[in-house]
Design a binder for this molecule. Structure first.
Ligand code: 13P
Length: 349
């Protein structure tokens, strides 16, 4: 480890551990302009700078959510926006004890020479952007690589795994240099017809490649968080594995590939229903203790009920906040394996 990184490591470790504090996890609210447009379209709201600001404001100003939310990943535009009262979102979050984070990748683009596969862009100029984001208050970052399964075409290729792992590792090293905790997100997509066994095999290959690259790039594992997919059957699979099977396969896969030095694993929800994402996390935490914290960094699984409730109607803003609070509370309980169907049915007062 170089001397410069060694001097920053205490701060990186502290922030990483705070992000996976007991009973807490991360809200991913960093949808790119294209993705948030799809989400807003789905509830009949036009995507404008102001509707995007207002929707994010509803989530970020939900009172009490800070009991279960340790950090929020923001999109560039949101990090520069403020509450109605003119308080920058990053400052508002900090005042609630919530750590602001930032998505820094520029999206997954077709991988040249490898039809059907993608590699994530955004490394050029990243050192300068990270320094600006740190000035704007971000203390952690996210970069997502996507891995597509298509067994008939032999995907993913080893080259796709290597290219994405290399980009993730370069990003992580640059973040740590800037004193920012990198969330390393290699997502094996569940949008196909593969079995859970194939997902486990591909997730094994992916994590193996990612940790090899992190080692080669000198990334300090104590100062990162891993954001993986769960090991799960594809959405169009003939057989959907049950929750216990998903929990066991996921923990088995992580045990094989994630060194104990990594403080926490914060899952993405990837298109699972909100309740199932909570149930899976709960089951995995019941199987503990584990060498790392097992937590959440959900986007859709934390936001879906709130978005649907609000749907652009100001009169529903408080009800939307209650819906978001409820999901945060359920996932907070799942951090301790204490979620239950009864808790799920309760609605916040
Ligand atoms: P989902 O939980 O909706 O998959 O989003 C998490 C995320 O941040 C994907 O990059």
């Amino acid at each position: 480890m170089n001397a410069e990184l060694a001097s920053k490591l205490d701060q990186l470790k502290r922030v990483a551990r705070e992000l996976v504090a007991p009973g807490k996890g991360i809200l991913a609210a960093d949808e790119s302009t294209g993705t948030i447009k799809k989400r807003l379209d789905s509830v009949g709201v036009e995507s404008t700078e102001e509707t995007r600001r207002r929707y994010r404001e509803i989530l970020l100003t939900t009172s009490g959510a800070e009991e279960f939310i340790s950090g929020v990943i923001l999109f560039d535009e949101t990090l520069r926006q403020s509450t109605r009262d003119g308080v920058p979102f990053s400052q508002h979050l900090k005042s609630q004890g919530v750590i602001p984070g930032i998505k820094v990748d520029a999206g997954a683009k077709p991988l040249a020479g490898h039809p059907g596969e993608k590699v994530t862009e955004g490394l050029d100029g990243l050192r300068d952007r990270l320094s600006e984001y740190a000035d704007l208050g971000a203390q952690f970052a996210k970069w997502r690589g996507v891995i597509t399964i298509d067994a008939a075409k032999g995907l993913p290729s080893d080259y796709c795994l290597t290219a994405n792992a290399h980009a993730l590792a370069r990003y992580a090293a640059l973040c740590q240099e800037a004193g920012i905790v990198p969330i390393v997100e290699p997502e094996v997509l569940m949008d196909s017809d593969n079995s859970i066994e194939v997902c486990e095999d591909v997730t094994n290959r992916t994590l193996n490649t990612v940790f090899q690259a992190l080692f080669e790039h000198g990334v300090a594992l104590e100062g990162i968080l891993l954001k993986p997919n769960m090991v799960i059957a594809g959405k169009q699979a003939k057989r959907q594995a049950g929750p216990q099977e998903v929990a066991e396969a996921t923990v088995r896969c992580l045990n094989r590939h994630v060194p104990a030095a990594v403080p926490g694993i914060v899952f993405l929800s990837g298109g699972q229903s909100d309740e199932l994402a909570t149930e899976h996390l709960n089951l995995m935490n019941r199987m503990g203790p584990h060498p790392w914290e097992l937590s959440f960094s959900y986007g859709r699984a934390l936001q879906a009920p709130a978005l649907k409730t609000w749907a652009g109607d100001e009169g529903k803003a408080e009800a939307a906040q209650r819906a978001f609070y409820h999901r945060a509370r359920c996932n907070g309980a799942a951090r301790h394996g204490e979620w239950s169907a009864e808790l799920e049915k309760e609605r916040a007062a």
